[in-house]
Design a binder for this molecule. Structure first.
Ligand SMILES: Cc1cc2nc3c(=O)[nH]c(=O)nc-3n(C[C@H](O)[C@H](O)[C@H](O)COP(=O)(O)OP(=O)(O)OC[C@H]3O[C@@H](n4cnc5c(N)ncnc54)[C@H](O)[C@@H]3O)c2cc1C
Length: 413
């Protein structure tokens, strides 16, 4: 008997058993498509439950087609934030310009979506929770590929064997580290750190973003609806990543408070709120760039393989498209090596184009010098009077294949 469905392809009775590490965006999206192509899927997530929170995320271009094919477009349209305006402020809180959010992001109004990250994660999870095994509060300790499959030892002590393992465990992926080595090899620091948290909406803001800038520092308040909570965001220039603070929430709070000491506008209130926040998310803005996204029977998807950073606004879109393309490659290729090669070949250029959007985002949202800030402000004042910016070609640069379609063999003439 064949121990796995792998050697004989997806059409055999034995299902391919796939373990996915990470239950945020890429993980559940991949689980959906793998289940649909007949795999037995297990998802292991380090957190004890699905993680809520984080800044709202965008679903644009090709990724919109992925969620349409999953049948969740109506739910996401209901969850769409539909921000009315984005107002930029100077050091004293005076208005520089108020523009439509799509003009800044290059989104297509009426098509692209902006939803709370937690809403997207919850919708994806709901799509698969009855068909896929979820192991919350656990993680992979060791991966051993020396046998017929991947022997996995979990942190909890359980041991299982899978045909394939996929790391969807984010920018600081442990799967990547165990296979390819330390993050420093692949992490491209973009010179910023950021803290995201929720705070009370005592500002009367509604469906809008307010962004305060001084050179190298930015503070944003994002009202996703008319409710009484705001997403607060503090971002600052830091040429070298603060490695100690990345592992220590108290050090993160101290670092942010020190950087923003003496800042104007509502920043002191934001810093106070950050001290009390129980959902602080702190990280560096960075990208993951790897020469390969798989090794043997283990592959990476989403931020773990090709995080583009929030400066591109494309992290979730790449995760959704990557998940679709990886599952499609596995559904159409009997051999996982060929499937992983096809996944890389077909997605790499799309990733590169979207990672390249980073310079634009940094220049628009977070200028680091007084001169760059002046130029940015002049550009914004022009935007107020100009028609909406064109959509970014990178967002739609990949055309999805029909899912799981195996090309028929050429017929003899
Ligand atoms: C709570 C949260 C808040 C976020 N907030 C922001 C934000 O404000 N701005 C922004 O730009 N991006 C944010 N992100 C990242 C954003 O979701 C991703 O850029 C994008 O959606 C791509 O998703 P992903 O699924 O590839 O990775 P991620 O969304 O990073 O998900 C990785 C998942 O893997 C889990 N995980 C990590 N290590 C392990 C492990 N060893 N074993 C098992 N599971 C593991 C994590 O808990 C997480 O659920 C946030 C992510 C999370 C989880």
């Amino acid at each position: 008997m064949t121990p796995t469905g792998l050697s004989t392809g997806v059409s055999t009775a034995a299902k391919r058993r796939v373990l996915i590490s990470g239950a945020s965006i890429a993980g559940p999206a991949l689980a959906y498509w793998l289940h649909r192509s007949g795999c037995a899927v297990t998802v292991v997530e380090k957190a004890g439950a699905l993680r809520d929170g984080g800044y709202p995320i965008d679903i644009r271009g090709t990724a919109t087609e992925v969620v349409r094919r999953m049948g969740i477009l109506p739910q996401l349209r209901d969850a769409h934030i539909d921000s009315r305006r984005c107002t930029f402020l100077d050091a004293d809180g005076g208005e520089v310009a108020s523009v439509s959010p799509s003009a800044v992001a290059g989104s297509v109004e009426g098509q692209d979506l902006e939803v709370r990250r937690g809403d997207l994660a919850a919708i994806l999870h709901a799509m698969v929770r009855d068909d896929v095994e979820f192991l919350f509060g656990d993680s992979i300790d060791t991966l051993d590929q020396s046998g017929q499959g991947v022997d996995v030892t979990f942190h909890s002590g359980r041991r299982r064997t899978f045909d394939l393992v996929v790391g969807a465990d984010g920018m600081h992926s442990a799967t990547r580290e165990s296979l390819f080595g330390p993050e420093e090899r692949f992490h491209r620091h973009l010179g910023y750190c950021f803290a995201v948290f929720t705070m009370p909406n005592t500002f009367g803001l509604s469906r809008e973003v307010v962004l305060w800038n001084t050179p190298g520092k930015a503070a944003a308040l994002y009202a996703v609806g008319d409710n009484d909570e705001l997403h607060a965001f503090l971002n600052f220039h830091r040429p070298e990543p603060p490695l100690d603070a990345l592992r220590n929430p108290d050090a993160q709070r101290d670092l942010v408070a020190t950087v923003f000491a003496g800042a104007g506008w509502e920043v002191p209130r934001m810093v106070d709120a950050m001290r009390d926040a129980d959902d602080l998310f702190f990280d560096t803005a960075g990208q993951i760039r790897m020469p390969h996204w798989s090794s043997g029977r283990v592959a990476l998807v989403g931020d773990a393989a090709y995080a583009p950073s929030f400066l591109t606004g494309q992290g979730s879109s790449l995760a959704l498209v990557g998940a679709y393309m990886l599952a499609d490659a596995l559904a159409t290729h009997r051999d996982h090596t060929a499937a992983f090669a096809a996944y890389e070949r077909d997605v790499r250029e799309f990733v590169a184009m979207n990672q390249a959007l980073v310079d634009n985002g940094a220049a628009t949202l977070f200028p680091t010098t007084a001169r760059a800030l002046e130029e940015r402000n002049a550009m914004l004042r022009d935007l107020v009077t100009m028609p909406a910016a064109p959509a970014r070609p990178a967002h739609s640069a990949l055309t999805l294949p029909e899912f799981g379609r195996v090309e028929p063999p050429m017929s003899p003439r």
